[in-house]
Design a protein around this ligand. Sequence first.
Ligand code: HEM
Length: 390
Amino acid sequence: MTAAALPFSEAFFTDPHTVYQQLRDTAPACRSELPDGSPVWLVTRHADVRRLLADPRLSVDKSNGNGSWRGFSLPPALDANLLNMDPPHHTRIRTLVSRAFTPRRVEELRPRIQRTADALLDRIAGQGEADLVRDYAGPLPVTVICDLLGVPEHDRTDFRSWTDTMLVPPPDDRSAAARAVGAIHAYLRQLLAAKRTDPADDLLSALIAARENEDRLSEDELTSLAFLLLFAGYENTVHAIGTGLLTLLRQPDLPTDPTRLGSTIEELLRLDPPATVLLRRFTTEDVDVDGVVVPRGETVLLVVGAANRDPEAFPAPDEAAPGRAGNHLTFGHGIHYCVAAPLARIELEIAIGTALRRFPGLRLAVPDSDLRWRPSFRARGLVSLPVLLG
Ligand code: HEM
């Protein structure tokens, strides 16, 4: 299988798993093309994806690529973030982040996340019908990130609208996303300056104060980190909540009582990871994958959505089997493993558990075949999730 091994058609976005299975079986490391024409290599088997995520010959820094990767064009101060950095820069910044992003800070967010989920559901409770992506899965993670970073209440409407425009720009205004990125950048700089003079009990203030020996984060490092937390934290969580709820509506027999909800959520994460295709790396030398040589400088996409359903790693991989053994790769693996995976898990447990308890009769408001998936290879998620509340 060569060019365009991923078809990027509506059928593919609705169900990528048939294509993933063919790739795993017949071309586990193969060349393909993105919709913008960028040439890439796809790797689909669990053992290969996991191994390559921990292989230092694969870099996240675009300067190691051959220039064919286009990706997002962010201002340099935002582009220089953890997810685009290799060691030793990555190690230094990640160490400082870990000093601030402590289990205690994450655990303390739990009651606020619960209050946010309750308030969002209160708002739709009287309506009979709702779109759970627009009304619930979308607003929840932005509020959590605002709580985490310490964005004051009166700035949140602006913050939310810039975030939405950046991630889903209006189709008739191509420069809207760039303007929104500019506005977020300016806002984060201003917020950092305010936290410097008037620190509070939030992650931004903790990041400003974090130090490792005499080392501290610079102004640009803090801004790009805050931006990455927003960017990495928002979209993935929206889609994990939306897709997870859909799977539970389709399979109401899956256990969701408080003691077993956590294991069910691990399976939801395994079956349909939001970052399904896009863990992106550049080869710093020729790398052999299953007997295929990927030359130096090429872009490699590690297809977590395919790896997570590899029968070699997960018997009967398409079935949700809460409590099963094995490591899914939905939060990545190796040095870039999601720094906020514990927070994401809490958000998912609260979001999904609260919606199901509050509306025990929750069901789809449209035939399953009418559901639309976002035409994006960056993040797998529903455009909307229309439901009847019971
Ligand atoms: C269900 C929700 C989430 C999923 C599926 C997810 C997934 C991932 C994955 C796969 C990576 C590794 C990317 C790579 O290796 O190329 C990653 C890294 C990261 N994530 Fe998450 N994430 C989620 C939620 C969050 C949240 C809520 C935040 C912040 C509030 C966050 C912040 C980050 C950061 C900062 C990194 C970069 C870590 C590094 O490079 O060392 N993520 N995430």
